[in-house]
Design a protein around this ligand. Structure first.
Ligand SMILES: Nc1ncnc2c1ncn2[C@@H]1O[C@H](COP(=O)(O)OP(=O)(O)OP(=O)(O)O)[C@@H](O)[C@H]1O
Ligand SMILES: [Mg+2]
Length: 239
């Protein structure tokens, strides 16, 4: 078991109203799973990703990553763990505007105090992996949406994370760029990486092998599904 949520809730008090963005969610995610999260707008999908990736602190419940209880961690420990073990891909790419693709990808390594030489080497290798070896010096404005999202994926992967979270990674892309990102995510899954992805699109959800549906902050269905693509390799080595 890689990730385990036990009775996790995230509530917001707004004036007199209590908003149960996430309410008593318990689930386990195994190493190498590719999970799609679906559900209507406001059902708690992004909240779930933020809480499960320890970007946000839950109101109650516990989150275990390889049996370590992350809800006991302080802010510094959380940041460290995120930097080392978690990759996050956003709908809006979230790249630094005036910064080259190479330096955007190298950012998590900079925070992890990796030497300049290693940073360049690893960032370059990662950009080559996502098919952008010839765009190292381009800033985001000099790249298409699909290319920007590939830079963001390279950034999410550069620290070799145990877990990759993606919140509507194809939400801002045309269908051709969306297909490229789908292919890339499928390939990462075939390498044995664990991916948890929110999407509104059926054809994107289809590439995952498990579908979890949220409604009003709760899980209303959780089903295994056959990945359309063949899976070739097994698990990654634990760090
Ligand atoms: N910081 C906050 N303060 C108060 N309420 C919030 C906050 N963040 C989210 N919510 C509420 O929690 C609920 C779940 O929001 P969330 O963003 O997780 O939904 P979602 O499923 O990702 O929706 P979408 O598909 O539109 O992205 C919503 O009702 C939202 O208004
Ligand atoms: Mg959302």
């Amino acid at each position: 078991m890689l990730l385990k949520l036990q009775h996790v809730s995230k509530h917001y008090q707004l004036g007199d109203t209590l908003i149960k963005a996430m309410n008593d969610v318990s689930l386990e995610i195994e190493e190498g799973e590719f999970v799609a999260i679906m559900g209507p707008s406001g059902s708690g999908k992004s909240t779930f990703l933020q809480v499960a990736s320890i970007l946000a602190v839950p109101t109650s419940g516990s989150i275990l990553l390889r049996d370590r209880d992350l809800t006991q961690y302080n802010e510094v420990e959380r940041a460290k763990l995120r930097n080392k073990s978690i990759g996050f891909i956003f709908q809006q790419f979230n790249l630094l505007a005036r910064t080259s693709a190479l330096d955007n990808v190298g950012l998590p390594l900079l925070y992890a105090k990796v030497s300049q030489e290693d940073r360049v080497k690893r960032s370059k290798a990662m950009l080559e992996k996502v098919g952008l070896g010839d765009r190292l010096q381009n800033t985001p404005a000099q790249l298409s949406g699909g290319q920007q999202q590939r830079v963001a994926i390279a950034r999410a992967l550069v620290n070799d994370p145990d877990l990759i979270f993606a919140d509507e990674p194809t939400g801002n892309l045309d269908s051709k760029s969306g297909d490229d990102i789908k292919k890339l995510l499928s390939d990462l899954h075939k390498e044995g990486r664990t991916i948890i992805m929110v999407t509104h699109e059926d054809d994107v959800a289809e590439i995952a092998n498990r579908l979890i549906v949220f409604h009003d902050g709760e899980v209303i269905s959780d089903t295994k599904q056959k990945s359309k693509k063949k899976k070739t390799t097994g698990k990654r080595k634990a760090k």
